[in-house]
Design a protein around this ligand. Structure first.
Ligand code: 4AD
Ligand code: MG
Length: 461
């Protein structure tokens, strides 16, 4: 089978040649003794026109095929007689692989994204979703390429874990015990002795802690995989299962971390503009007409950078009234992030040095005693896309902080060992992969950039 994309990329070379293509019928028009099929094989947007006539043995069967039917066509690539396309395939033989009755839900018309979510098993057959998922694949490859070129080691961190990296308690539990008959110990707490892991295990919220162990052995590493959060927030930017890409770099501080994040993001966007051109132009035409100019601007300008304290100052002087009033110490809400990126900076902006109370335990304490060496990257249209920090490498400080957060040192013994033996300054960040895909496609809902979204009340398919 030849892919339709390959024919389009060099159709002159295919003229006069016999090819076999397989695909799904987008439209079919037929007359008494000839007909046309627009056949799409998913390799690119463009369908290929198949011309068939009574010379094929199953003419009447093919003439009656419905939208969505699958066929294998053997035929010659010829110059098209119509003026809508440069070439077409003149069928010698058409094999019907699978019929598609008229109740097929993807008849040729515009469908809303909401409706398409209810048929997530079929939506990759639409132009928009095919483009989203091709871009997702290319972006994932670009990330690996970026880190590979810089000699980072790709580490596979575990999905099942007994530690809570973010300390936010938003974890899905993993157990082999009978939930209707949980063994209790004397103090009334659940006894995990009978459980597979002998401890309460969870789905990971982040691979960071494991990545730190590898960074303090192999220097520069990254992990890229599924992460899980049982946040009950029904927003367009949160999913219960999402992909996160987390680099961790040794002998590096917050500045190195931010430089890495900016270089990585610019690299991935440039790579997409070059290697997913048709898809990016499609999004610019149908989803967001300012997409390409905005991404161009991202590649060609420096990201903004403010401290949390400066950001709060800007927000307190803002000429709009926020639903959540701002003062030093509060978490920045989406409306604040939007104001900073869309009204003030109009480009991606790093916010650094957050109050220690609103960030995770592992972030390095700054000398002011109030803030930590954290950075969030905010982008217009979405808000936070990256969260990162320099890590606390001083054993005594980290032990004190664990106490402050009421976290047990015993649970973090191996993490503390990294500070006990050959501790070095190190830093890292996490990029929410779906938020990146939203950003580079202009798609507004996280449910539409992940093949099978997992959100509250939604684990079908
Ligand atoms: O800011 P977060 O929670 O940072 C961490 O997990 C760190 N351990 C990362 C690190 O330093 N290695 O999450 C990182 C990013 C966020 O900026 C956001 O883009 C994404 O992960 N994210 C989500 N994406 C979709 N759905 C959710 N529920 C998400 N929660 C976080
Ligand atoms: Mg964060």
């Amino acid at each position: 089978y030849t892919k339709v994309k390959d024919i389009y990329s060099d159709y002159k070379n295919y003229l006069g040649k016999q090819v076999t293509v397989g695909g799904w019928v987008r439209t079919l028009r037929s007359g008494k003794n000839f007909g046309f099929i627009e056949l799409n094989d998913g390799s690119c947007f463009k369908s290929v026109q198949i011309v068939f006539d009574e010379s094929i043995s199953n003419f009447s069967e093919v003439s009656k095929l419905g939208v969505g039917a699958s066929v294998t066509v053997n035929g010659n690539v010829v110059v098209s007689e119509g003026n809508k396309q440069d070439f077409e395939i003149k069928a010698i033989e058409v094999t019907v692989d699978g019929i598609s009755p008229s109740d097929y839900q993807l008849q040729k018309k515009r469908h809303s994204f909401e409706f398409l979510r209810t048929i997530a098993h079929l939506r990759p057959r639409t132009n928009t979703f095919a483009a989203v998922f091709r871009v997702r694949s290319v972006a994932s490859f670009a990330i690996h390429k970026f880190f590979n070129e810089r000699n980072f080691v790709y580490v596979n961190t575990p999905i099942i874990t007994c530690s809570d990296c973010e300390g936010a308690g938003e974890m899905f539990k993993v157990t082999t015990m009978d939930l209707n008959n949980l063994p209790k110990s004397e103090d009334g707490k659940i006894d995990f002795k009978e459980d597979f892991f002998g401890k309460m295990a969870n789905l990971t919220v982040s691979g960071q802690l494991n990545a730190e162990t590898f960074a303090t052995a192999l220097r520069d590493v990254y992990t890229f995989g599924s992460t899980f959060r049982a946040e009950n927030s029904n927003t367009t930017r949160h999913a219960a299962e999402f992909w996160m890409m987390e680099p961790e770099i040794a002998f590096a501080d917050l500045k190195d971390d931010m430089k890495l994040a900016e270089d990585m993001l610019k690299y991935v966007i440039s790579y997409l503009l070059e290697n997913a051109k048709d898809e990016m132009e499609f999004f610019n035409k149908f989803i967001d007409t300012e997409l390409l100019s905005r991404l161009d601007n991202v590649i060609n300008s420096d990201f903004g950078c403010v401290t949390y304290t400066e950001a709060v100052d800007i927000l307190m002087k803002a000429d709009v009234k926020f639903d959540y009033p701002v003062k030093w110490g509060v978490e920045l809400q989406t409306e604040h992030e939007k104001y900073l990126t869309e009204k003030v900076f109009k480009k991606p902006v790093f916010v650094t040095d957050y109050p220690k109370e609103i960030k995770a335990f592992y972030m390095r304490r700054n000398d002011d005693g109030k803030t930590v060496a954290a950075m969030d990257l905010l982008v217009p249209g979405i808000g936070e896309i990256i969260g990162g920090s320099q890590r606390e490498e001083r054993l005594d400080v980290l032990e004190k902080v664990l106490d402050e957060f009421s976290l047990k040192k015993e649970d973090y013994w191996w993490y503390l060992d990294l500070r006990r033996y050959g501790s070095v300054k190190h830093a890292g960040f996490g990029l929410g992969f779906e938020r990146l895909i939203m950003y580079v496609t202009g798609i507004g809902n996280i449910r539409d950039v992940i093949p099978f979204p997992r959100t509250v009340n939604n684990a079908e398919f």
